[in-house]
Design a protein around this ligand. Sequence first.
Ligand SMILES: [Zn+2]
Length: 419
Amino acid sequence: MFQRITLLSAFLLTCCLHAATTGKAIKFGKLWDGHQVIAHAVVIVDGDQIKSVTANGPIPAGMETIDLSEYTGIPGMIDMHTHITYYWNGDTSIDARRQKPRREAITVVLSQRNGMKALEAGVTTLRDLNAAGGADFDLRDLINMGAFVGPRLFVSGRGLHGLPKIPTMDEKIAEQIKATKETIAAGADWVKIFGSTGGFDNVTGDQTVSYEEMKAVVDEAHAEGHKVAIHSYGPAGARDAIRAGCDTLEHATDMDDATIAELVRKKIWYVPTIDHNEYYVENAETTYKFPAGAKENLEDYIHRNFITAQKAYKAGARMLVGSDAVYNGFGLNMRELTWFMKMGMTNEQAMQTATVNAAEALGMENKLGSVAPGYFADMVAVEGDPMTDIQVVLKNVRWVMKGGAVVSDKTKGFPTHTN
Ligand SMILES: [Zn+2]
């Protein structure tokens, strides 16, 4: 009997010691956990996971405590459309798109800087849609190994394109299925299809991949347990992407009511990426050296993009934040929320497009997007209240934890990380 009690005590002691050495208690003035606001929240973190969330909860004796009671806690945010391997050092003497090609290892290292900017903006997860040479696979894996600090990445490798040189539909379909299998085998989490023209100052939206090809890619990816994102700047590609059963629809301007009704009925996630064209307008001369007239075309596209997205939102479409960040767009990831507010979302609805809903689209609804027991300890402290002022999420991110590790701390007036 004595021996059993001793063993039990030893076991309990080990547990407590373990908790005391690896656990962390985080105190927030308020916490929006993804669904509700908890005043005086205490979040206990063990390793990379959240163990408990309580109001005024007790903190085990000796546990490291991070006092963020001046701030509001929110879940680590998720940006559903980025291009992390598009790196630019800010040298305005050249167009960012015409930088000298880099070897892949260099791209991987430089991409991490984009990732750090996103992290410091409170974005702890990115879905990255199009990268050359496997740089996105390598960056994701290095981050997951702990060799690099960066956001969690869900990546697509190189996106699939139309095949204008292949003569018959049967051959096109066979080629698209082959490309899908190769992309997944190489390490893609998602499959991306460029279903139309359009990008940067090109705002045309001509369909480039047929319904039959889209359907073949979606069916192959789904059979292998992977999801598909389809880029379409215009309405025809969007209609066929929805018919083909894509999981997320990107950009998609000028959709008619019937197309929007199908988007809603099929519960396909819509990532309108409105703000990225605003970013292009702001940087038309400096970063991009766009030709005359580009700004006007972009402004026109932004207007149509917003009107379409607003119509879809009012019709009940499920929407997600995608910044489409490239080059120096990292760090501005959550500006899309401003557009979502403008179309009539409440603060909480807007916040959910970058947290719980995005997590669901990723199939990670039990691990990401909420501050709750069993979830990854991805949390952000902002100064102010995002439930009354969405701008605090864009401008006042002060502290970021990813997987239980503090990756950015500006609470003391100086950042822990500099590039
Ligand atoms: Zn994009």
